[in-house]
Design a protein around this ligand. Structure first.
Ligand SMILES: *Cc1c(COP(=O)(O)O)cnc(C)c1O
Length: 402
């Protein structure tokens, strides 16, 4: 007698869990609430002392020489494009496998993003590909620490240095990671962070730029504050109301309310990354048993991974359905998987405005059809991790080709 496999929830069966486990979620407690309340009762809701304190704390944690807090990771990317001197007619080399904002920031400045393909094992930008894309109009190279492991900034830095280009790290995924012992925040000329709720620590919305270059830091501070040559604190110190607008800038300031939340969150970063690594090692041990048609991405050499995402690649040759069906079936089981990302050059805006499209970055395009991000956040319990494993086993076994 054979036992029928369990009916998938998508076909009307019992789901693995009733409440959907999200792919990411913030973690706040009374300490965060208390920190925010203190600011709400103080004199400074914005441009006050909490912002500087948060900048100093991130600087200390990462070993970066300087930090400028801004209102989002996207604002941080826009600001670094400006600080790197990116303008109309320039080109910026950007990996195809990233969140759209990485490339959009170059467009904000009137520049053209040139999409570089990624390495098939890690989905990190391929430095050799980058080298072939550098031309007379190239102004900057952007690395994206996809999933939470730093790119090969040594190789990218050699290309940048040879050509006199700015090296930018989009480290929205990799706060707390390192490469050959060097922490994220010290690996590129300019590094951007995001504090969106799905990222390692949150301020609601928020971001930061890290850099060791004093002139760039001054430019960044002006850019977040309308391009003014001095802020209200400097004016108060000088007993003067005068300021001059010497540059075009924005209101990209982070509030004290957000900064206090960020400080409070940062205190738990190490503990949270340790938990992310623990969850990742459980997933990896489960997938390495090799029975399911899915495998984890590779770990790049010399990397201490921060696991913003845990991405698996489906073995399509061993599956009777495509990624989107697996995605829908897992969601129906209560396992909140996600897809990171649609390669940016395939988005309609880029096709229409810049003439990009399929075939431009074949490795990223092939990966896109296979990837799924599993739930990954520090508040997940061991039981949640087991639910993901049970959901994967149920769905991938049902769809495996015999
Ligand atoms: C989240 C993210 C951003 C944008 O950050 P926001 O704070 O949401 O503006 C940029 N790049 C990458 C790779 C991201 O994951």
């Amino acid at each position: 007698m054979t036992v029928d496999p369990p009916l998938l929830a998508i076909d009307g069966g019992e789901p693995v869990r009733r409440d959907v486990l999200p792919y990411a979620r913030q973690w706040l407690d009374e300490r965060d609430e208390q920190a925010v309340l203190e600011v709400l009762r103080s004199d400074w809701l914005t441009t006050g002392p909490s912002v500087t304190r948060f900048e100093d704390a991130v600087r200390e944690r990462t070993g970066a020489a300087g930090a400028v807090a801004v209102s989002s990771g996207t604002a941080a990317l826009h600001a670094v494009m400006h600080a790197a001197g990116v303008g109309a007619g320039d080109e910026v080399i950007v990996p195809a496998m990233t969140f759209a904002a990485t490339a959009n920031a170059a467009v904000f400045q009137g520049a053209t993003p040139v999409f570089a393909d990624v390495l098939p094992g890690t989905l990190l930008v391929d430095p050799e590909r980058v080298a072939t894309l550098v031309g007379p109009r190239t102004r900057a190279i952007v690395g994206v620490d996809y999933g939470g492991q730093p790119c090969d900034y040594e190789a990218l830095g050699q290309v940048a240095e040879r050509q006199g280009l700015a090296l930018i790290a989009d480290a929205a995924h990799s706060l707390g990671a390192s490469l050959r012992g060097r922490p994220v925040g010290t690996l590129a000329d300019l590094t951007t962070l995001s504090f969106h709720p799905v990222k390692h620590i949150t301020t609601g919305e928020g971001g930061m730029v890290l850099s060791a270059k004093a002139d760039r830091l001054a430019t960044l501070r002006r850019f977040r504050n309308h391009g003014f040559d001095r802020d209200h604190l400097q004016r108060a110190a000088e007993d003067s109301w005068r300021y001059d607008m010497i540059d075009l800038g924005f209101n990209y300031r982070l509030t004290d309310i957000q900064s206090a939340l960020g400080m409070s969150q940062l205190a738990r970063l190490d503990e949270w990354i340790a938990r992310r690594r623990d969850i990742a090692s459980r997933y990896t041990a489960f997938l390495r048993r090799g029975v399911l048609p899915a495998r984890p991405l590779d770990l790049a050499p010399g990397v201490e991974h921060a696991y913003h995402l845990y991405v698996v690649s489906l073995d399509q040759e061993r599956l009777s359905v495509g990624r989107d069906r697996v995605f829908a079936a897992l969601r129906a089981e209560g396992i909140g998987v996600n897809v990171h990302y649609t390669p940016v050059h395939l988005h309609r805006f880029y096709r229409e405005r810049f003439g990009t499209g399929p075939g431009g970055c074949p490795v990223a395009e092939a990966a896109f059809d296979r990837i799924l991000s599993l739930p990954m956040f520090p508040a997940m319990t061991d039981g949640d991790v087991e639910d993901v494993a049970r959901g994967l086993t149920k769905v991938l076994t049902a769809y495996a080709v015999p």
